[in-house]
Design a protein around this ligand. Structure first.
Ligand SMILES: NC(=O)c1ccc[n+]([C@@H]2O[C@H](COP(=O)([O-])OP(=O)(O)OC[C@H]3O[C@@H](n4cnc5c(N)ncnc54)[C@H](OP(=O)(O)O)[C@@H]3O)[C@@H](O)[C@H]2O)c1
Length: 295
C-alpha cells in the first residue's frame, strides 16, 4: 500500500469543482501543490475554470474529467478514466448538487431516477463506491460530502422509501433536502463500514447564499422566505472552500470520522433518522440496486 503523509503531494478529486464553492476549493487545493482533478458536466466551463486556476496558482497539475452527475454511465466512465490515470486517491469531495427551485414536477434521468435524488445523492454514492479501491490505496484518505444547513429546519425528515422517485409527492425543495439527508446517511454508513481502514468519511453542512436575481423572479414568496431564513450572513465561498480543504487534508481533521461539520468546524446533529442504523442499511441496499452496484 502506498504511504501518504503531510509532505506527500495529494491527489484530490472534486465532483462538481468547476463553479461555486467547489471551484474555490479546487483553487485552494491547487495552491497547496496538490494534483487536482475536477469532474464536471460542462467541459467548456470546466476548461475556463481549469485555466484560471492554473494561471492563479502556477500549478499545472489541474485536470478535468467529464462527468454528468445525472448519468450513471457518465459517472462510471469518469471513475474508469480516473483509475486509468491515477494509482490512488487521497481526497474525494462530493460537491455536486442541483438546487433548481423552479422545477414544478419531477424530471427523470436517462436511468429513470428522479433528477435531484439522482444528482445529489445517487451520483456521489456511485462515484464514491467505484473509487473505494483508489481511496484505500491512498493510505490515509478522506471523503467529504457536501450537504446543507437547511437540514436543520427538518429535524424529523426521514427517508421516504416509497417516494424515492417522487412518485407520491414532489417539491424541489423537499427533493433537495431529502437527497441531502440521504447523503448524510451515506456518510455515516460508509464511515462505519470503513472503520477498519484508513479512509475517513465526513460531511459539511453549508449555509445558504443569497438568492440570485434569476431565482428571485422564478420562485414563490413562501419558498423565497424559507430560503432566506437560512441565508448565509458572514460566510463567503472562500470561507466554505477553506473548510472543505481543512476536512479533506488537514492533519487535525484526521480524527473526525462519520461526522457532520458546520461552517465553524463544530460537529452538528443531523435529523434524528440519520442516526438510525436500520434506515441507513436499508438505504444502502436500495442504493446498490438503484445504481446497479448490487451485482
Ligand atoms: N450555495 C448555497 O447557498 C448552498 C446552500 C446549502 C448547501 N449548498 C451546497 O454546497 C455545495 C456547493 O454549492 P454551490 O452553490 O457552490 O454549487 P454550484 O456552483 O451551483 O454547483 C456545484 C456543482 O454542481 C453542478 N451542477 C449544478 N446544477 C447542476 C445541474 N442541473 N446539472 C448538472 N450539474 C449541476 C455544477 O455544475 P455547473 O458548473 O455545470 O453548473 C457544479 O459543478 C452544493 O453541494 C450545495 O448543495 C450550497
Amino acid at each position: 500500500m502506498l504511504q501518504n503523509d503531510e509532505t506527500q503531494t495529494k491527489i484530490c478529486l472534486i465532483f462538481g469543482g468547476d463553479s461555486g464553492v467547489g471551484k474555490a476549493a479546487a483553487l485552494m487545493l491547487a495552491r497547496t501543490g496538490s494534483t487536482v482533478v475536477i469532474a464536471c458536466r460542462d467541459m467548456e466551463g470546466g476548461g475556463t475554470a481549469r485555466r484560471e486556476i492554473i494561471a492563479k496558482t502556477g500549478n499545472n497539475s489541474v485536470s478535468l474529467i467529464e462527468c454528468d452527475p445525472s448519468s450513471q454511465k457518465s459517472i462510471r466512465d469518469c471513475a474508469g478514466q480516473f483509475k486509468k490515470k491515477y494509482a490512488r486517491l487521497d481526497a474525494l469531495i462530493n460537491n455536486v448538487a442541483n438546487f433548481d427551485l423552479s422545477l414544478s414536477r419531477p424530471v427523470l434521468t436517462e436511468d429513470g431516477r428522479e433528477l435531484i435524488f439522482a444528482m445529489n445523492y445517487l451520483g456521489p454514492f456511485l462515484l464514491t463506491n467505484l473509487l473505494l479501491d483508489s481511496l484505500k490505496n491512498g493510505g490515509v484518505s478522506r471523503v467529504v460530502n457536501i450537504v446543507s444547513r437547511g437540514l436543520s429546519l427538518y429535524p424529523l425528515l426521514t427517508i421516504e422509501f416509497d417516494n424515492l422517485n417522487s412518485e407520491r409527492r414532489y417539491s424541489p425543495a423537499h427533493a433537495y433536502h431529502h437527497a441531502k439527508l440521504a447523503l448524510v446517511m451515506f456518510t455515516y454508513e460508509l464511515a462505519a463500514r470503513l472503520r477498519e481502514t484508513s479512509v475517513t468519511v465526513n460531511c459539511v453542512w453549508v449555509p445558504n447564499e443569497k438568492l440570485g436575481d434569476d431565482l428571485q423572479i422564478r420562485i414563490s414568496p413562501l419558498k423565497k422566505w424559507l430560503y432566506l431564513i437560512q441565508a448565509r450572513s458572514d460566510f463567503s465561498q472562500m470561507d466554505m472552500a477553506e473548510l472543505y480543504l481543512w476536512l479533506a487534508t488537514a492533519k487535525d481533521a484526521g480524527s473526525l470520522n462519520g461526522r457532520c461539520i458546520d461552517e465553524k468546524r463544530r460537529v452538528v446533529r443531523t435529523p434524528k433518522s440519520s442516526y438510525d442504523g436500520d434506515i441507513r442499511r436499508r438505504l444502502w441496499d436500495v442504493s446498490l440496486k438503484l445504481t446497479g452496484l448490487e451485482a
